[in-house]
Design a binder for this molecule. Structure first.
Ligand code: SAM
Length: 295
């Protein structure tokens, strides 16, 4: 225990470092999730850049931080950048926060980090809550490999293509969605992924009415058709498994393979492509092909 305290004191004396940009994670609901280190940084940097000064002002009031706030949001990213770099240049320290969660994760952040790094300033993250990883680890879906999609594109044609790609993805996928678009998203996923695909919807994470709804697209769709979606949602979609890929019949897979070969594709390349597409093993497809040729 003494060791940890000494370490903390040491850190407190050396942080914040001059000319350093701190990326600070803030709560996504529960204020107690703000770490002691994050609090210390937010009370001791020279300036806090935040999306909404009124909203972050409330958080600063609760932690009694008197550090000046400067707005930094998606509409003034470029114009603010040089101003913030000048502040770092004068050996001051800056904390970047977003409305909630980790800056840079579907919030402004990466542009400033890139600019700071390109100008040889130190960038340090004070890790904190993030809806995507919080929803992922409680989903019960595989976490060894996962993809983060954030919000889907608004433009219909791009959104459709993105959803098609997601439906073919073998890894668990995390998606952010607004409450009024949730049912539409679930309907689209049901068509593309099948109603039995595993899914978990995390609602109001870390807040009083936190909920996890699963386990298949059909079940969650039924749930939200009865109960209007309200609050904040993070969707965790199970990846496409080989079992699901095998929904294509054997004869269909072989027809696809023959078609590719007739179009001039080399047999082993065609077999690999159809294996990826259908979930049948390349070796099995190849052996069937040879049997047909031997007939
Ligand atoms: N930077 C944030 C982070 O690290 O999680 C994400 C910001 S993004 C603009 C906001 C979206 O995150 C919401 O629309 C919702 O999809 C998800 N989200 C944020 N807070 C959440 C919560 N408490 N419960 C579930 N999802 C949440």
């Amino acid at each position: 225990m003494a060791l940890i305290d000494n370490h903390r004191l040491q850190q407190e004396r050396s942080e914040p470092c001059p000319g350093t940009l701190y990326i600070v994670g803030t709560p996504i609901g529960n204020l107690d999730d703000l770490s002691p280190r994050a609090k210390y940084i937010l009370k001791n940097v020279s300036l806090i850049a935040c999306e909404d000064t009124r909203r972050s002002g409330k958080l600063m009031k609760t932690i009694k931080s008197k550090v000046p706030l400067l707005s930094y949001h998606k509409h003034n990213l470029k114009s603010r950048q040089s101003q913030l770099l000048e502040i770092l240049e004068s050996n001051e320290s800056i904390a970047l926060i977003s409305d909630a969660g980790l800056p840079g994760i579907n919030d402004p952040g990466h542009e400033l980090v890139h600019a700071a790094r390109s100008n040889s300033f130190e960038v340090i993250c004070i890790p904190g809550p993030c809806a995507a990883t919080t929803a992922l680890v409680i989903s019960g879906l595989p976490t060894e490999r996962f993809c983060f999609e954030g919000f889907l594109p608004k433009k219909q044609s791009i959104r459709k293509k993105r959803l098609e790609d997601i439906s073919q993805e073998g890894r668990t996928t995390v998606i952010y969605e607004s409450p009024h678009q949730l049912i539409k998203l679930l309907e689209d996923l049901s068509i593309l992924c099948g109603k039995d695909r595993p899914i978990q919807i995390a609602r109001e994470l870390t807040k009083r009415y936190e909920e996890s709804i699963g386990e298949t697209i059909e079940e969650v769709l039924k749930y939200f058709l009865n109960k209007k979606p309200k609050g904040e949602f993070t969707i965790v979609l199970g990846g496409k498994t080989n079992k699901q890929k095998n929904k294509t019949s054997e004869s269909n897979a072989l027809n696809k393979l023959n078609k590719l070969i007739k179009q001039g594709e080399r047999a082993n390349v065609a077999a690999r492509k159809i294996a990826d597409e259908t979930g049948y093993e390349k070796k099995w497809l190849y052996s069937k092909l040879h049997k047909e040729l031997d007939k």
